[in-house]
Design a protein around this ligand. Structure first.
Ligand code: MN
Length: 233
């Protein structure tokens, strides 16, 4: 669609909605700004499994950088639309995918953890447990597969538990960086960050020790909530 046609459509849409904007010709984009969500617990809440300093840096520096990167990329893409100059569209599209993946996955990551005193590492609720049994044979098989997938991520990335709505199955896959190696059409409901920034201060190169410890802070209620939100309650 050329820009003139776009402007005409914009005006037509504005006119038909008859929204009193004060300026019938205002079709300027106002991209929504992404913001860093607060942690649902204090930085020291996941001790001794995940240390306070790691949580603080991870949230305030790393996650914040993905939020900023996503806002920047979307602003640059909006600029390209406004100017019609798309020479950097490949670069900013990649940045939007990387940082958008980072923002989404970290937002989920904080939520699917909880201190053991608040249920972290506790019992898996029945509907999620049934779904894990259906998809993996047993909870033990699921845990072994998920841990192995996390340990085997090449470089920086994630192990992810996805719901695949097309057949209702739960599947375990990896993500490299924040956004690669999972297919379209699946919905992550749980994930472990295995970038070194997630564990290096406490565990150095012992990624598997971090993974084993991490199971003690999984908020299964929230994972089930993510699942039921998709499949219905
Ligand atoms: Mn991270």
């Amino acid at each position: 669609m050329d820009r003139r046609r776009f402007v005409e459509l914009g005006l037509a849409a504005g006119a038909s909605l008859a929204v009193p904007t004060g300026n019938a010709f205002a079709i300027e984009e106002k991209p929504k700004q992404h913001t860093l969500p607060p942690l649902p617990y204090p930085y020291d809440a996941l001790e001794p499994y995940i240390d306070t300093k790691t949580m603080e840096i991870h949230h305030t520096k790393h996650h914040q950088a993905y939020v900023d990167g996503l806002n920047r990329a979307e602003a640059e893409l909006a600029k390209a639309r406004a100017s019609g100059d798309y020479t950097t569209v490949e670069y900013w599209s990649k940045k939007a995918a990387f940082n958008g993946g980072g923002h989404f996955l970290h937002s989920m990551f904080w939520e699917i953890m909880a201190p053991p005193s608040k249920g972290g590492g506790g019992k898996i609720p029945p509907r999620l447990e049934a779904a894990l049994n259906d998809s993996f044979g047993s909870v033990e098989a699921f845990r072994a597969h998920f841990s192995a997938a996390a340990a085997a991520v090449e470089g920086s990335g994630w192990a992810l538990l996805h719901l695949r709505p097309s057949d209702g199955r739960l599947i375990i896959l990896q993500a490299e960086n924040q956004h690669k190696l999972s297919p379209w059409g699946v919905i992550p409901i749980m994930g472990i960050d295995v970038w070194e920034h997630a564990y290096y201060l406490k565990y150095q190169n012992r990624r598997m020790d971090y993974i084993k410890a991490w199971w003690n802070v999984v908020n299964w209620e929230k994972v089930e909530d993510n699942y039921l939100r998709q499949v219905g309650r």
